[in-house]
Design a binder for this molecule. Structure first.
Ligand SMILES: Cc1ncc(COP(=O)(O)O)c(C=O)c1O
Length: 475
């Protein structure tokens, strides 16, 4: 190993990253090139001619960087991927160097202590007591999957881990769920046909009477309730279900109550609206993604569990090669018997460093700024005769649409997609489109430290101009 070359290349890379972060706002946010062009750029066989790290950085500057989606650009307000906070970026660099493997205590004793502490912080934010536990995961998808597995094992009296599912069961959730729920009911062996997708009201919250009806109908057919899932921050709109009502029903049905707060968990840091996730602590398990609204770089999701004991019950298999021989094994926390993953990235370091460097209040300020930006856009749309907003945002996710008098629903769908495409090509903003209650919307969702009110105003001006132009071409 050439340590001096590493040092020099490392300094150069950090300089490059610093300039990159400072200048991201001047770059085209998204470069519209053909995927085949990018595949061709990297079309080479396994290299066998060693190159200096310096020359490799040059190649990356030419081939990789220009074609990245710059989530550090203030105009990035798309699928939930934050502008990563700089302290967190350094945390991940160090984590790679240390390469602690959180699967087993022996490959990361201090890292295990840090991981447990960060999990404790998340449990404190939820309001869970000392009995709680959890795992940091690759993201909300894995966290929801683990939540559903915990549900299956608990509700079947710890039989399903060994025998699979016997009998007929159903899981209940609103139509606004993230697709990870659908994948999870499949993965735990329940089958997607046994996921009840329930309607929402005009605030996009699960209708409690619809849930009651669905449970009653299933009961009449001998189908039992495996899990009720509450959403605390829907992907489209940041809507929050009535968690207290869902908990009451889950207690009555003696089933597991899981809450998906993958995105909405950021509101636990908010100074403005502390009560929005009322009842979250009643859940048996909660998904929260620090790599969403805690502005941590990917990847770091979390599954938090009210009763830690449920983790070894679901995952506590010990193989001979993993057994800790130490006499002090009871003091050594082993994630491998308390979670799904074996080799496990040191995810907590970047989250720990973010809190240490900025403090909880500062991160909460970033969250509140993003909420304010969404509300500002809502007011612009609601105040315009040409636009509507799906609902007043409670978080930073907002859906607005051009109402286009005289245009059919199909024409409006095409218009929204064409305008979003045009804006993507220009590289000043990036947001998604979505479908809500049968209509197409622009889905705009700043989880971004660099977005400002001015960014939102510029975005709305652009949307107004381009939608009118597109409608004019149609007419
Ligand atoms: C509510 C919700 N749950 C789960 C997920 C999945 O999270 P991840 O992409 O981190 O796997 C998302 C992603 O946007 C989400 O919005």
């Amino acid at each position: 190993m050439q340590y001096e070359e590493f040092r020099k290349a490392g300094h150069s890379l950090i300089d490059y990253i610093t300039d990159y972060l400072q200048q991201a706002q001047n770059k085209p946010l998204f470069k519209d090139v053909e995927p085949s062009f990018l595949n061709d750029l990297f079309n080479e066989s396994i290299p066998n001619n060693p190159q200096s790290l310096e020359s490799i950085q040059k190649i990356l500057e030419e081939k990789l960087l220009p074609y990245c989606t710059h989530v550090n650009h203030p105009g990035y307000m798309g699928l939930i991927t934050p502008s990563p906070n700089p302290a967190g970026i350094l945390g991940d660099l160090l984590a790679a160097a240390l390469n602690q493997n959180l699967g087993a205590y022996s490959i990361g004793p201090s890292a295990t202590a840090m991981e447990l502490r960060v999990i404790r912080w998340l449990n404190d934010l939820i309001g869970y007591d000392e009995k709680a536990g959890g795992n940091l995961t690759s993201g909300g998808m894995m966290a929801n999957f683990i939540g559903l597995k915990l549900a299956r094992d608990f509700t079947t009296g710890d039989v399903a881990q060994h025998e699979g599912l016997h009998g007929k069961w159903a899981v209940y959730v609103s139509e606004e769920r993230h697709v990870s729920i659908d994948k999870s009911v499949d993965a735990i062996g329940l089958g997607r046909n046994n996921l009840r997708s329930l309607p929402t009201d005009d605030r996009f919250q699960l209708k409690i009477d619809a849930l009651e009806e669905a449970i009653a109908k299933d009961k009449a057919e001998g189908i039992k309730t495996l899990c009720i899932i509450g959403l605390a921050g829907t992907t489209n709109l940041g809507a929050v279900d009535d968690l207290e009502a869902l908990h009451r029903i889950a207690v009555r049905e003696q089933c597991w109550f899981h809450v998906d707060a993958a995105y909405g968990g950021g509101m636990l840091l908010s100074h403005q609206n502390k009560n929005l996730l009322k009842g979250l602590h009643l859940a048996d398990s909660v998904t929260i993604d620090p790599h969403k609204w805690f502005y941590a770089p990917l990847d770091c999701g979390a599954i938090l569990v009210k009763d830690h004991d449920r983790l070894p019950r679901s995952f506590g298999i010990q193989h001979a090669y993993l057994t800790d021989q130490s006499e002090r094994k009871n003091e050594r926390y082993q994630f491998y018997v308390n979670g799904f993953e074996q080799s496990k990235r040191f995810r907590s370091l970047k989250v720990w460093m973010s809190f240490q460097h900025y403090g909880r209040d500062k991160i909460g300020e970033w969250v509140d700024n993003n909420v304010e930006q969404a509300k500002y856009l809502h007011n612009l749309a609601a105040g315009s005769k040409d636009f509507e907003s799906a609902t007043e945002p409670k978080m930073s996710a907002i859906c607005i649409r051009y109402t286009g008098e005289g245009l059919t629903n199909e024409e409006l769908t095409k218009l929204h997609i064409a305008v979003a495409d045009r804006i993507e090509k220009e590289g000043k903003f990036w947001f998604a489109t979505t479908i809500l209650k049968g209509k197409t919307w622009f889905r705009i969702n700043p989880v971004n430290i660099y977005t400002t009110i001015e960014t939102m105003k510029a975005l709305f001006d652009t949307l107004q101009a381009y939608c009118k132009e597109a409608a004019g071409e149609k007419a």
